[in-house]
Design a protein around this ligand. Sequence first.
Ligand code: ADP
Ligand code: MG
Length: 311
Amino acid sequence: MKEHLPGSAGGPVIEVSGLTKRYGDVLAVDDVGLSVRAGQTYALLGLNGAGKTTLIRMLLGMITPTAGSARVLGAAVTAGQRSAWARTGYLVEAPAAYPELTVRENLHLYARLRRLNHPGRHVEDIIERLALAPYADRRARTLSMGNLQRLALAKALIHTPDLLILDEPVNGLDPAGVVEIRTLLTGLAHQHGTTVLISSHLLAEVARLGGRIAILHQGRLLAEHDADSLDAHRRRHLKVATRDDATAHRVLREHGYHPEPGLLLTDQRALARPEQVATVLVKAGVPPTELHLVEEDLEAYFLRIVGVGHA
Ligand code: ADP
Ligand code: MG
C-alpha cells in the first residue's frame, strides 16, 4: 500500500454531488451523485451516449459542469485546475500519441512532461509492464488500435498514480488484450492500493473487475451494485416443456403456479423446488421432457434495467 497522502486521509478519493452537464436540449449528465473510496475499483457502466465520457471529463476539469460539484483527491475540481493531476493517471476517449515518434520516444516525452525523476527508468519499467517491448522502437502511427491503446495506458500509468481514470480502456483490444488489462488493473488495486475509476459498456467485463458498478443511462445514475452481488438482481425462471403444454399449463395452474406462455415459471416456490413441479406433472400424466433453470445473463439484466431489452 501507498504511504498516507494528504487529501485522501480516510475520505473518498472522488466525491460527486448533483453533477450536471447540459448541451442545448441534451442532458448529457443529469444530477449524478457518487462517491469512490480509496483503493476501490469503481465502474461507470452505460451504453453509448449514456454520459460516461462527459462525467469523466468533468472529473478531470476538462469541461465545466452546468451544475453540481466534484472533489478529486481532496480538492474541488474546477476547469483548468491541476492540483490533483500529479497523482492522477487518465485515458479519455481516443488514445493520443505523436504519430511520428516511436513508442519509447512518446513515453520519454510524457515522462518529462510529468517531471519524473529518472524518466528513463520509468519508461523502461512501463514498457515492460505493458508488454510493449516488441513495439518500443516502432513509430506510433504504425501501431494497431490495440497497441495504441496499450501505449495510452502506459502514459496513464507511467508515474504510478494514486488514482487512475480510464474511459473505455479495453475498446479496440483483442480478447487477450482485454484479459491483460484486467490483470493489470486488479494487480494495481491489490499491490499499490490504486483507486480505479473505469467506464465501459461491457457489463460482463466490469463485473470481472470486482468492486462497485454504477449504471448510467441517459445521464442518470440508475443503480449501484457490488460486482459480486449483481447475481441477486438477475431474473431467473424455470423453463418446462412437455408433450402436451396446454394440459401442463392447466395442471400447473390448478396447483397454484402461475405459468407464463412457453411454460415459464417465475414463482419463488417453483424456483426453490423444481422437483415438485416435475412430480405434479408426472402425476397428471404430462411428464416434463425438459425442465431447467434459466438465468438472465448479465447483458440481458443490464438492458432490462435501462429499458431497452425485450425481457
Ligand atoms: P458516453 O461516453 O457514455 O458514450 P457521452 O458523455 O460522450 O456518452 O455523451 C453523452 C451525451 O451527450 C450524448 O447524447 C452526446 O451526444 C452528448 N454530448 C457529448 N458531448 C457533447 C458536446 N460537446 N456537444 C453536444 N453534445 C454532446
Ligand atoms: Mg464515451
